[in-house]
Design a protein around this ligand. Structure first.
Ligand code: HXC
Length: 528
């Protein structure tokens, strides 16, 4: 071994043998991606390279690369001139906050990150190792989709990745970051994973603007077609978004903190930092006295859960429902809530999809579900009925019934009809049901109930309006409180709103060792 150079350059520690020099050269080339010019272009777009992203995501010095020297063997369409070690994807293992993860990162500087047979082989390798080792898989996507020059090879290669996404579903957490254009097949692997996180300026679409224009004549920008605003607000494809690459990567680290390494573990608790017995008097007057007045359910969550622990998913999609991860006394929980500040908290098709999927996610990863109910029922009307609110709404029922994790419900105000049965009732395997004194548990609201029950009587009354008011008041008197449900044992306890936090913490402590079985089956057939 040669003596170190006088100035102590650590590179000079390298043994001076031909095989090692060759390896170092090849490694050096693989670090260059598509070359300095392409890297500059990537930076000019406001985006980081694959390796810069991994450096931000992973604990310093923890990355162990696999497949850095793999290249394609295709010579069609001039590809033989474009061989880059690694072939446009960086794959391997590392740690986030000391916990092991598997990662892959598309390198857009190499052939637009386009998906090749070699890329597939590299991704599949770490998918297999991640599944066998029981550790989360995080994909950093930035790809023009199937590499056009490879033809059917790149299409078949997608199939290899998809089947592994599906086999790993519900076993290890799979998180997809979208950090640039993701087109064609590049959107389906993320869509099969548990969470999609989009960075500002990124896009996801099956067919790009050019193809859309040539096929349909529609002129549309990439952002309007599949930017974060579209997928966070309307399509429901994305769960979280952030301004840029760095903040999207930070969000993923935060998200991972609520998840176990795999489905055989519980999610990791952190050291409690907010008193378990804390009672917040503000909760006692959060529900307005006027029945029709809305309030923001986010305020309720903010007062109940560990300080600053609520991470809301899909905040702009179906805002009439809230789904979030949070912590209680340091333990991760999933939160499902109606949002009275939007559509009075009524459930519709999108809210049903959002809630059902989130519950199944919590159930898969052993995360208890806490539900806050204030819902006048399913949104009525021909638009919802004809688009299938029946089958979508049924997904919520299916998901709650199927879930065997601890489930606790708190009715804060309205729990009408299907919303009560689905979200709050003990019959659907809710373990503990609480209600605030402001709870109203009934089949439907006072006005429709009176019109259904007393139509004839009202029509024949000397003053129909006064009679309706009288009957509505009697209906409210009877049902608009939690005491009938408590009397029948449907509500376990009527609690003061301020007690909610300590009650939930004690309830979760009780349920931590809950074991519940379901009949063995190949799989169920949830409505879709
Ligand atoms: C090969 C590709 C490519 C691809 C991009 N490139 N996509 N090469 N196959 N799929 C190359 C470009 O030719 C270019 O090379 C370089 O990557 C950078 O691309 P640009 O177009 O210059 O970048 P930008 O303007 O940012 O646009 C990015 C883009 C666009 C939106 C992704 O390239 C695009 O629309 N690509 C095609 C997207 C698409 O339709 N994919 C679907 C494939 S079909 P040079 O050398 O010129 O710089 C598919 C089906 C799978 O995926 C189905 C499985 C179920």
């Amino acid at each position: 071994m040669p003596a170190p150079h006088a100035d102590g350059d650590p590179m000079d520690d390298k043994p001076d043998s031909a095989p090692l020099r060759q390896l170092h050269e090849m490694r050096e080339r693989s670090l260059q991606g598509g070359g300095p010019e392409r890297i500059e272009q990537q930076h000019a777009r406001g985006r980081l390279t694959a390796r810069e992203r991994l450096a931000l995501l992973l604990d310093a010095g923890s990355f162990q690369e696999l497949g850095a020297l793999a290249t394609h063997n295709v010579s069609d369409f001039g590809l033989e001139q474009q061989r880059y070690p690694g072939d446009g994807i960086v794959t391997g293992f590392g740690k986030i906050s000391g916990r092991r993860v598997a990662v892959f990162a598309h390198d857009f500087t190499v052939l637009g990150g386009s998906f090749s047979e070699v890329q597939s082989r590299k991704i599949c390798r770490i998918q297999d190792l991640a599944l066998e080792s029981g550790i989360p898989l995080i994909g950093l996507n930035d790809s023009g989709g199937a590499r056009i020059q490879e033809g059917v090879r790149s299409l078949a290669a997608y199939g290899e990745v998809f089947v592994r996404n599906v086999m790993a579903s519900g076993v290890i957490p799979q998180i997809s970051l979208i950090l640039g254009p993701c087109a064609g097949g590049a959107v389906y692997s993320p869509a099969l994973t548990d969470f999609v996180v989009m960075a500002g300026g990124s896009t996801m679409f099956l067919t790009g603007p050019e193809v859309v224009r040539s096929v349909t004549g529609e002129q549309i920008s990439a952002q309007d077609l599949g930017g974060a605003a579209v997928h966070m607000g309307r399509s429901g494809v994305a769960h979280l978004s952030a301004a840029d690459d760095a903040s999207a990567l930070e969000l993923v680290k935060q998200l991972l903190g609520y998840l176990p390494q795999n489905n055989s573990e519980d999610p990791p608790p952190i050291t409690p930092y907010d008193p378990a017995e804390r009672m917040d008097a503000a909760l006692d007057c959060i529900v307005p006295e006027t029945e029709s007045q809305a309030y923001d359910m986010r305020d309720v969550l903010g007062h109940v859960f560990d300080r600053a622990s609520v991470l809301e998913l899909q905040p702009d999609y179906a805002p009439n429902a809230l789904v979030a991860f949070a912590r209680l006394d340091g333990f991760p929980v999933g939160v499902v809530a109606n949002q009275p500040a939007h559509l009075a908290g009524a459930l519709d098709i999108d809210a049903s999809d959002k809630i059902a999927r989130f519950i199944r996610c919590c159930d898969a990863y052993n995360i208890p579900v806490v539900s806050f109910v204030d819902c006048p029922g399913f949104l009525p009307g021909s638009e919802q009925e004809s688009r299938g609110v029946i089958r979508h709404g049924a997904k919520i029922i299916y998901a709650y019934c199927e879930a065997t994790v601890p489930k606790i419900s708190i009715v804060t105000r309205r729990a009408m009809g299907g919303a009560y049965v689905a979200m709050g009732s003990k019959q659907m395997r809710t373990d503990l049901a609480f209600a605030w004194p402001t709870a109203q548990i009934a089949v439907m609201g006072a006005e429709p109930a009176v019109h259904v029950l007393y139509r004839k009587e009202v029509r024949e009354a000397p003053d129909p309006e006064a009679r309706v008011a009288e009957l509505m008041s009697a209906y409210r008197e009877k049902f608009f409180n939690p005491y009938r449900a408590a009397d029948l044992g449907q509500v376990d306890e009527v609690i003061e709103p301020r007690e909610t936090r300590p009650r939930l913490i004690r309830a979760l402590e009780l349920l931590r060792t809950k074991v519940q079985q379901s009949p063995p089956k190949k799989h169920g057939l949830p409505p879709n």
